[in-house]
Design a protein around this ligand. Structure first.
Ligand SMILES: [Zn+2]
Length: 541
């Protein structure tokens, strides 16, 4: 792990303009620099870099952040990888803490070499791979190996003076009542690489009929199944080039798909797709294809993955391919059905349609009761989607269930453009001002209430709860929005309070309130003080 101190030190050496200039051409524009956004196609520059704030922001696609974020996005690197890249760009060294040292990891590479050599000498193991149609080129590419008995592995570790404590820590061996034993016994071995191209664990398939067909390394400091995708290190380049990733359920599927030319295939490690996988999938924003088996387990997994990939927050493009019973992608490659596979991937069923079908299929829609439930559940799902898709998929539900469109309710809120008047600008100016100045932020929080904002409640709330939101970053770099000094801000807050109280007065005048007169007098007193220029803090009662 890179130490926090050395990251902070590196950050002080980063100048965002000179960093970004090394990747794209920036043109000076006022206090900032501009370019056509490298993350979305455009002809007029809406990508702004601020040397003062050391951030960038694209007004077209909303992407933005600091130098580190830029390198992550532009070079498709993980956070630590981009730190390493920046450290060499500005020639400032990083320090690593002793959580685990790079040389400790060598033990995984050495045991991997050993497994690979064993495969060559073990006829039953190489026969098995041959039988499955795996070519020797694939064996080399994926560094497929074989582990024999427990005592063989331990003998190898000891003879090569490898640290047994490390071997235990990284899940190669463990200790039980009878001493040390190897975790992988008589299995085909698939080394698993992390995003940084280092081996972090292994997957093993039994060839001697062991109970568990597949096992993986246990959870270790560096091996976390739900954050890894098998084959990603080899598939990465094609994923970016093709802008597509195929996610399968097994190691052999990945190996065989690559063998047939689908070099963008990866697999989850015997687990479902989880939230923790999403950061990897977001890299380069490829179309995602989930290629799953047609059994119940596969269908359920595809359903859950589709929910994960389509909810409003993630919103991935792509779809599901289901392999009919007794047929998996590996079998199809062996049978030379590559063209057919290609067509299946092209025709993947969009995630949302797959989910809606899955939901509707649970019910007997020939009965009114079943139809009603199918309608309700699919409508509930519809409302979790990004608003643009809701209308589109509402039509699909209409046709699938043969109901009328008005039976489906969407929660799409259409903001009325005409409403964007002066009030918006001054609300945004207040928000921008207090975003820049902590003292004025405190003053504002002590004086007004969020409900006094008419159109920009959400942004005001973000200052407190979601300060890194791109909307706020865009606001900071929007030169059309002014920043107030303390005196100007006070005046704006007073105007806001007066407006709020006057509205309240109206409500009281025309409403049914007890103590009407008393309340009116009370509020009028506030308004008078405010109009005299005294900033009286808001009290809810
Ligand atoms: Zn952009």
């Amino acid at each position: 792990m890179i130490t926090k101190d050395s990251i902070e030190n590196l950050k002080t050496h980063l100048d965002i303009v000179s960093i970004i200039s090394q990747f794209i051409e920036l043109k000076k524009s006022g206090a900032n620099f501009k370019a056509c956004c490298p993350f979305h196609g455009e002809d007029t520059p809406s990508f702004v870099v601020s040397p003062v704030k050391q951030i960038y922001h694209c007004f077209g696609c909303g992407i933005g952040g600091d130098s580190i974020h830029f390198v992550m996005g532009y070079e498709k690197l993980s956070y630590p990888e981009s730190l390493e890249k920046l450290s060499s760009m500005v020639n400032v060294a990083l320090e690593y803490d002793s959580d685990y040292k790079q040389q400790d990891l060598l033990i995984l590479t050495k045991i991997n070499d050993y497994y690979q050599k064993l495969l060559v000498s073990q006829e039953n193991a190489s026969n098995y791979l041959q039988l499955r149609g795996i070519s020797s080129a694939s064996i080399a590419k994926f560094e497929i190996g074989y582990c024999s008995t427990s005592s063989d592995t331990i003998k190898f570790l000891k003879q090569n003076f490898l640290n047994l404590a490390d071997a235990k820590e990284f899940g190669i061996i463990d200790s039980g009542q009878n001493g040390l034993y190897a975790r992988f016994i008589e299995r085909i071995i698939f080394p698993i690489y992390a995003l940084n191209n280092k081996i972090v664990g292994f997957g093993g398939r039994t060839i001697t009929g062991h109970n568990a067909k597949y096992i993986n390394s246990p959870q270790t400091k560096i091996f976390n199944k739900s954050q890894l995708l098998y084959g990603y290190n080899l598939a990465k380049e094609t994923i970016y080039k093709k802008n597509e990733i195929i996610i399968t359920e097994g190691y052999l599927d990945v190996v065989m798909l690559h063998q047939a030319g689908f070099n963008n295939a990866v697999a989850t490690l015997g687990t479902a797709l989880t939230n923790s996988h999403l950061p990897i999938l977001k890299r380069g924003e490829p179309r995602v294809i989930m290629a799953y088996d047609g059994d119940n387990a596969g269908l359920n997994a595809a359903y859950k993955a589709s929910l994960l990939l389509t909810n409003n927050k993630s919103n991935f493009e792509g779809g599901v391919v289901i392999f009919t019973k007794d047929l998996d992608p590996a079998d199809m490659v062996v049978q030379n059905r590559t063209e057919e596979l290609n067509k299946m991937f092209l025709d993947a069923q969009p995630f949302s349609l797959f989910v809606i079908d899955f939901i509707i299929n649970k019910f007997d829609t020939h009965t009114p009761f079943g139809k009603q439930n199918a309608l309700k559940e699919s409508n509930d799902y519809l409302n979790t989607l990004n608003p643009i898709y809701q209308d589109e998929y509402a039509k699909y539900i209409v046709s699938k269930l043969n109901v009328t469109r008005n039976m489906i309710s969407t929660n799409v809120r259409r903001k009325n453009k005409v409403q964007l008047q002066q009030v918006d600008i001054s609300e945004l100016e207040i928000i921008k001002t207090i975003l820049e100045n902590e003292f004025l932020l405190d003053m504002t929080l002590n004086t007004i209430d969020i409900n006094m904002f008419e159109t920009h409640k959400e942004e005001f709330n973000m200052i407190i709860n979601d300060k890194d939101n791109p909307i706020l970053r865009g606001l900071l770099l929007n030169e059309d929005i002014k920043i107030y000094n303390e005196k100007q801000l006070k005046l704006k807050l007073i105007m806001m309070l007066v407006k709020f109280y006057e509205k309240k007065l109206e409500q009281i005048k025309y409403g049914q309130y007890e103590d009407k007169i008393k309340q009116i007098k009370y509020i009028q007193k506030y308004i008078i003080k405010l109009k005299m220029g005294i900033l009286v803090p808001f009290k809810s009662n």
